[in-house]
Design a protein around this ligand. Sequence first.
Ligand code: AMP
Ligand code: MG
Length: 331
Amino acid sequence: MAVMVVLFLVCLAVTAAHRKDTKESPVLSGQPVEHQAILMGTVVTEKLYGGDSQVISGIENAISHLEQTISWRLADSVIAGINASGSAVLTEDMYLWMTEALALAENTSGAFDPTLRPLIALWGIEEASPTVPGDKSIKESLSLVGYEKLSFEDRKLTLQEGMCLDFGAIGKGIALDVIADYLEESGVSAATIAVGGSVLTYGDKPGGDWQIAVRDPDGPDGSALGILSISGTHYISTSGDYEKYFEENGVKYHHIFDPGTGYPAKSGLRSVTVVCDSGLKSDGLSTACFVLGYEASLPVLQEYGAQAVFILEDGSVRTTEGLEAYFSIIK
Ligand code: AMP
Ligand code: MG
């Protein structure tokens, strides 16, 4: 009897823990299955219409597997291996991502540069106590940066001595591409997946449009300045100066660097939100556009068939033409 009571209590506890983790209240009530996890060093939020906890595990396994490939942080990742050895014959996936990344670097005149790691490491922006480096150190680290210095022939990538790859500006977008491929096979009809500041809207939301918040750069975490109301599958990435920063002598230094100067980009923007048909591109473009500024971003966005919302330093908001009808300011 005692054993049965214990078993009953354990069952209750397991059910409660499961409920806390995954709300199984699916399609019948029109509510999505929801789950949150910390992956790739950020918050991942999944809302699935027509999925279950198995699909959630599948999504999270796919992200973890991706992290093992593209995170420079993990000593045994594929990218860490390339950085350590200086060359590699790339696998199919890495080849495609590297090709897209180099095209993006070229099309943005290096505003996005996948070889920026030495400069990012020098600033220590991901570390516990970053400091402003001296001009000389910045120049030295920039001598190890430059996508055009890579040799990339057939599938073989070779870095020059001291160079390192960093997919930090496209990794969350790549995660969305991988997740979208997984969702195609999973039977989920509609979903939103947010990996940090990058969001995938997948399929059509039952009973209405997707409402995607564009963050208020001056507000607290989660506060919205505007809402994008869209239907269908889109990739939406935001780069903003409020995401990661530190202050020294009263000056704020954020995490999006201008590869031309070696300092945090000053292009008159607080944030850029890019909407397009690929996660890698929306993520890479949002970083690049933040560096380029409003005017210089427009031809690049056009080339990629992408739309964007810009929040400028003076608080004004600009959207590209194709997004005007879908964005409303709520602040
Ligand atoms: P995101 O938040 O997508 O704009 O990416 C910012 C992250 O990408 C930073 O934390 C850096 O690791 C890296 N990064 C910063 N500036 C650049 C840049 N200009 N090109 C490529 N990567 C960058
Ligand atoms: Mg980015």
